[in-house]
Design a protein around this ligand. Structure first.
Ligand code: CA2
Length: 145
C-alpha cells in the first residue's frame, strides 16, 4: 500500500478563519478529512501534518524516509524563502509535489520564486482545497510507475 505524507507550513492552521477572499472558507481540518476520505477510497495511507516552524517541517521531511513513498508539500511562505526546506527534500530522495491553494503566479512577484520547485517532481497551484486531492492522485500515479 502506498503511503503519502501531506505536509503543511506556516499559517495554514488559520485557513477558513481569515482572508476567505484569498484562501476560501475551507479549514485545514476539512482538508485533512478530504485527504482521509481519498485515502480510504483509494486504499492508500495518508499522514497529514502542519507546523509553523521551519525546523519541525524539516524533521517531518527527514522522518518520511523509509515511512512514506512521497511527500506533498504546501510550504506556505517558506516556499519562497527556504533553502533549508529545499535541501531537506533533496536529501531524502523522495518524490515531492509542491502544492498551493492559490495561483501563486497570479499574485505578488515575491510569490513567483519557489525554492521547492527546484526539487519537486511537479507543481499544483490555484485549485483551492481540491488541489490536495489532485496532488494525491498525481503522487499515487507517480509512485506506481
Ligand atoms: O496558496 C498557498 O497555498 C500558499 O502556500 C499560502 C501561503 C502563501 O504565503 C503562499 O505564497 C501561497 C500563506 C498561507 C497563509 O494562510 C492563511 C490562511 C488564513 C489566513 C491567513 C493566512
Amino acid at each position: 500500500m502506498s503511503s503519502i505524507l501531506v505536509l503543511n507550513g506556516p499559517n495554514l492552521n488559520l485557513l477558513g478563519t481569515r482572508q476567505p477572499e484569498v484562501y476560501g472558507t475551507t479549514t485545514l481540518a476539512d482538508i485533512e478529512n478530504l485527504c482521509a476520505d481519498w485515502a480510504q477510497s483509494e486504499g492508500c495511507s495518508v499522514t497529514f501534518e502542519q507546523s509553523n516552524h521551519e525546523g519541525v517541517l524539516i524533521d517531518h521531511i527527514h522522518a518520511a524516509r523509509g515511512e512514506h513513498q512521497g511527500i506533498i508539500l504546501n510550504a506556505g511562505a517558506y516556499t519562497h524563502t527556504s533553502i533549508a526546506l529545499m535541501d531537506a527534500i533533496a536529501s531524502v530522495e523522495l518524490p515531492a509535489i509542491e502544492l498551493h491553494l492559490s495561483n501563486v503566479h497570479a499574485r505578488e512577484a515575491f510569490r513567483h520564486k519557489s525554492y521547492i520547485s527546484k526539487v519537486a517532481v511537479g507543481l499544483i497551484s490555484g485549485f483551492g482545497a481540491h488541489g490536495y486531492v489532485l496532488a494525491l492522485e498525481a503522487m499515487k500515479q507517480h509512485v506506481s510507475h
